[in-house]
Design a protein around this ligand. Structure first.
Ligand SMILES: Nc1ncnc2c1ncn2[C@@H]1O[C@H](COP(=O)(O)OP(=O)(O)O)[C@@H](O)[C@H]1O
Ligand SMILES: [Mg+2]
Length: 264
């Protein structure tokens, strides 16, 4: 049986005036796989997520989620179709506790709502607590998000996405600025979601993180996809080396991944 495609983009573009932030992007993410997206600052990675997650409409092109056209759908519809997203900035409701933040997210997931309006039931509290526990934050349940360090704030955002019980998860630079030890929680969560057949797309500059987790990598530059393939192909691609990675980093990554295939 053919593998189902969770996300497919056909000539997707997003312009801001004369700037083509995303330029004619074609890509496919098969269900249950992990795609990594890299590329220099300003390459259009976040804008691509903004379009796919319904925050910004594309200027041209079309995209499909689970085979259904999603080009004109807003954030709410995409969310109810099972798409969740985390942001580059560690966004949260600062004056609310971690549990309250995540509980808000449970409201927007795929589940049926029994009553209209922002009404939370007991189950939502349990689900929020479960999601906080899954990212190692149950001791922070009652702590205001505004007073938390950056790692914990990022984890609250991830817990919010998980509490929505997504089938597709988009993560925008989840581990930027974290130590290797701090990254371990994210690696564990992503590996667990993969076992649950959740489709994941990760934007990240930390290449060892990306290469350790992703089956396929896409590199963007000036709005366009300049590379799509395996990590081995990427590390031998002259254009990727020239515009993004540089030869020193490539040599380092090559030796790291020849020795240890899928371990960060
Ligand atoms: N809302 C916006 N209005 C105008 N320009 C934008 C907007 N969002 C992004 N851009 C521009 O689009 C380009 C791509 O940005 P972005 O998608 O954030 O890149 P990346 O995530 O790869 O660093 C940049 O030149 C950025 O300044
Ligand atoms: Mg970005």
């Amino acid at each position: 049986m053919a593998q189902k495609i969770a996300i497919s983009c056909h000539g997707l573009s997003k312009a801001f005036g004369a700037l083509k932030a995303v330029n004619d992007v074609h890509l496919e993410v098969p269900e249950g796989t992990i795609l990594g997206i890299g590329g220099p600052n300003g390459a259009g990675k976040t804008t691509l997520f903004d379009v796919i997650s319904g925050i910004q409409p594309p200027t041209s092109g079309r995209y499909f989620v689970n085979g259904l056209e999603a080009t004109k759908l807003g954030v709410d519809r995409l969310c109810h179709m099972g798409m969740a997203r985390t942001f580059q900035a560690d966004a949260g409701f600062d004056t609310m506790s971690a549990l309250e933040n995540v509980r808000v997210a449970t409201y927007f997931g795929t589940g049926e709502r029994k009553r209209p309006g922002l009404v939370f039931d007991r189950v939502s509290k349990d689900r929020a607590f479960e999601a906080l526990s899954a990212v190692g934050l149950k001791d922070y349940a009652d702590v205001a998000v505004g007073s938390m360090p950056v790692l914990e704030r990022k984890l609250v955002m991830l817990a919010g996405a998980l509490a929505m019980e997504p089938r597709i998860l988009l993560m925008d630079e989840p581990v930027g600025g974290l130590t290797p030890k701090e990254m371990a929680t994210f690696i564990e969560v992503v590996q667990r979601l993969k076992r649950e057949n959740i489709t994941i797309v990760i934007i990240e500059h930390v290449m060892s993180f990306l290469l350790g987790l992703c089956e396929r990598i896409v590199i963007m530059h000036q709005g366009s996809v300049i590379f799509s393939g395996t990590k081995h192909e990427m590390l031998s691609d002259p254009q990727v080396v020239e515009v993004y990675l540089g030869s020193t980093a490539v040599n380092h990554l090559k030796s790291q991944f020849n020795l240890k295939e899928v371990v960060v």
